[in-house]
Design a protein around this ligand. Structure first.
Ligand code: DCP
Ligand code: MG
Ligand code: MG
Length: 501
C-alpha cells in the first residue's frame, strides 16, 4: 500500500452540491431558502440542503417526501438541458487548470494537477493545507506527497472559489494521490467543503465506509456476490484471502476488488471526449396500440434531436430499445434492442426537416416491428431511442477564418496548426467529412488534375491534403461553401457547445 511511487500524482475530485437543485435555484433565486425537491416522474431525484434538513433524500418517493416536509417545493427536472449545459460549463472551467479532466456523470470531474503542482512547488515557501484533513496525520509520508497534496488543496480551493464566482455553484472536493481516494474524500465533508487525504490515511479512509457497497467502482453485482459469502464490511473484504476472492469473483476481478479495498488505484485521469452515444428513454404504462407507440417514439425523437443538435455531431447509427411486458411470463419482460445505419444526409446541417423526421420515424417503426409482432397482442412498458457512431459536422468556423484571411497554407498540417485561432486540435484532427450522399457531392470543379479526384465519396481532410497552393485551396473552399450554403452564425454557436464536451 505504501509504495511511494504511487504517491507521485495529485488528483482532485470535484462534485457539485445538490446539482439539479442548485441549477434550479440559480434560475430562480427565490427558491434558495425554501425546501426544494427536483421531481422526475414520482421520485425526488435530488433535493437542496434545506429540504435535506427535513430528511428529504435523493430518490425518495414524492409521496414520502411530502409526508416529512409538507412545504416541499417541487420543480420538474425531466428536461436535462440546463443541467447538461451547466455541467459542460463546469468542465470547461476546470480545463483552465489541467488538460487532464475526466467527467464522471453530469456533476463530477477528476483533475490530474500533478504538473501544475510541480510548477508551483518551486515558487512556494511553507505550505498550508486548505479545508478538512482526514484521519490520523501524526505519521505522514516524507516522499514529498504531503507538500504536493497540501498545495493541491490550495488549488482545489481556488478552483471551487472560481466555480462559485463564475457559475454560482458550490461544490465539494477531495484531494489525494489517486482517483479512488479523491472520490471517497470528496464525499466526507458536505456541502461546500473539501477534504484532503494523505496516502498513509487511505487505508483508514476505506475502513470508514459503511459497507463494501460504498466502495466506488466495486459495483452492485460484486457487492451481492460478496454478500453471499458474508463479506459486507470493508474490513472483511480486506481480510479475505485473494484465493477465496478469485473463487468468488474470478481472477482479474478479484485483484481489482482487492486493490480497491486497500485504497490502491493506479488508473489515470482520462481526458473526456464526447459521448459515444446520445440516448433517451421513457418507461410508461403498458402501450398496446401501434399508433400510440409511433406517437411516443415521435416525442422521444423530437427530444433526442434537440440533444443531438446541442452535441453538434451528425449520427450514423440509430438504435431502438423496447421492453415488452408479458403477464404470463414476467421473467421475459426484458429489454430488446435493434439498430441500423442511417444516412448522414438526413441531417441537413443538423436542422431536421419534417420530411426527414418522417423518414426517421418510418425507419424506427421498421426496427420496432423487428422486435414486436404488431399483428399479435403486445404490451410495451419502455421505449428508448439512441444515436451512436458520430461524424463531425463540417467546421465552418475554420473555413470562414481561412476564407476571410489569406492564411499561408502549405498542406492540411499547416491548416491544423492554426488551431489557436480557430478551434481545438482534436476537432481539426478528428474531423471526417464523409461525403456519403448525393447532397454532399461536389459541384463543377474549376480545374481538372488534382481537383478531379474530389467528385465522389471522399473525405475532405484527405482532399485538402492534395491541394498545395493557398489560392487553389481558397478557390476550392469557396466552391465547397457555395455548394452547401453554410450558415456561419448558427453553426458557430452550435460548435461552441460541442467543444465544451
Ligand atoms: N440524479 C438522478 N438520479 C439519481 C441520482 C442523481 O437523476 N438516482 C441526478 C440528480 C443530482 C445529480 O444527478 O442532482 C448528481 O447526483 P449526486 O449523487 O451527486 O447528487 P447531488 O449532486 O444532487 O447531491 P450531493 O450534494 O449529495 O452531491
Ligand atoms: Mg453532487
Ligand atoms: Mg455526484
Amino acid at each position: 500500500m505504501n509504495n511511494v511511487n504511487d504517491h507521485l500524482r495529485t488528483i482532485i475530485h470535484v462534485d457539485i452540491d445538490c446539482f439539479y437543485a442548485q441549477v434550479e435555484m440559480i434560475k430562480n433565486p427565490s427558491l434558495m431558502n425554501l425546501p426544494l425537491g427536483i421531481q422526475q416522474k414520482n421520485i425526488v431525484v435530488t433535493s437542496n440542503y434545506v429540504a435535506r434538513q427535513y430528511g428529504v433524500q435523493k430518490c425518495m418517493k414524492i409521496s414520502d417526501a411530502r409526508k416529512i416536509c409538507s412545504d416541499l417545493v417541487l420543480v420538474n427536472g425531466e428536461d436535462l438541458h440546463d443541467y447538461r449545459q451547466m455541467s459542460y460549463n463546469v468542465t470547461a472551467c476546470l480545463r483552465n487548470y489541467s488538460d487532464l479532466v475526466e467527467r464522471l456523470g453530469l456533476d463530477e470531474n477528476f483533475l490530474d494537477i500533478t504538473h501544475l503542482v510541480k510548477e508551483k512547488l518551486h515558487s512556494n515557501g511553507s505550505i498550508n493545507s486548505f479545508g478538512n484533513v482526514f484521519g490520523d496525520t501524526s505519521m505522514l509520508c516524507d516522499c514529498g506527497c504531503t507538500e504536493r497534496l497540501k498545495l493541491g488543496s490550495q488549488i482545489a480551493q481556488e478552483i471551487r472559489d472560481r466555480l462559485r464566482n463564475e457559475l454560482g455553484l458550490t461544490t465539494c472536493a477531495g484531494i489525494a494521490h489517486n482517483k479512488l481516494i479523491a472520490k471517497i474524500a470528496c464525499s466526507k465533508n458536505k456541502p461546500n467543503k473539501q477534504t484532503i487525504v494523505f496516502p498513509n490515511c487511505a487505508y483508514e479512509l476505506l475502513l470508514s465506509l459503511e459497507s463494501v457497497a460504498n466502495i466506488p467502482w466495486l459495483g452492485h453485482v460484486t457487492a451481492q456476490l460478496l454478500a453471499q459469502h458474508n463479506i459486507t464490511k470493508v474490513e472483511e473484504l480486506q481480510n479475505t484471502s485473494i484465493d477465496l476472492l478469485k473463487t468468488i469473483l474470478g481472477c482479474d476481478r478479484a485483484k481489482f476488488v482487492r486493490d480497491l479495498s486497500l485504497g490502491n488505484d493506479l488508473s489515470p485521469v482520462k481526458i473526456s471526449g464526447k459521448p459515444q452515444s446520445i440516448g433517451i428513454e421513457d418507461s410508461c404504462k403498458a402501450i398496446s396500440i401501434e399508433k400510440e407507440i409511433e406517437e411516443k417514439l415521435r416525442q422521444l425523437l423530437n427530444r433526442l434531436l434537440v440533444l443531438v443538435a446541442e452535441d453538434g455531431r451528425i449520427p450514423k447509427t440509430l438504435k431502438i430499445t423496447v421492453r415488452k411486458y408479458d403477464k404470463h411470463n414476467s421473467h421475459l419482460s426484458g429489454r430488446e434492442s435493434r439498430q441500423c445505419n442511417i444516412s448522414t444526409s438526413l441531417f441537413n446541417n443538423l436542422k431536421m426537416t419534417e420530411v426527414n423526421k418522417n423518414k426517421l420515424i418510418s425507419i424506427i417503426m421498421i426496427l420496432f416491428k423487428k422486435i414486436v409482432d404488431t399483428k399479435k397482442t403486445f404490451h410495451i412498458t419502455l421505449l428508448g431511442l439512441s444515436f451512436t457512431k458520430f461524424v463531425e459536422k463540417p467546421n465552418t468556423n475554420i473555413l470562414k477564418k481561412f476564407l476571410s484571411r489569406n492564411i499561408e497554407v502549405q498542406s492540411v498540417t499547416d491548416f491544423a496548426n492554426t488551431r489557436e485561432e480557430c478551434c481545438t486540435p482534436t476537432k481539426v484532427a478528428s474531423t471526417s467529412y464523409v461525403l456519403d450522399s448525393p447532397e454532399f457531392e461536389l459541384g463543377p470543379i474549376p480545374k481538372r488534375g488534382k481537383f478531379q479526384k474530389l467528385g465522389t465519396k471522399r473525405n475532405l481532410t484527405n482532399d485538402l491534403d492534395d491541394i498545395e497552393a493557398p489560392s487553389k485551396l481558397k478557390r476550392y473552399l469557396e466552391n465547397y461553401q457555395e455548394k452547401f450554403k453554410w450558415s456561419y452564425g448558427k453553426t458557430t454557436a452550435k460548435l461552441k457547445i460541442g467543444t465544451n464536451n
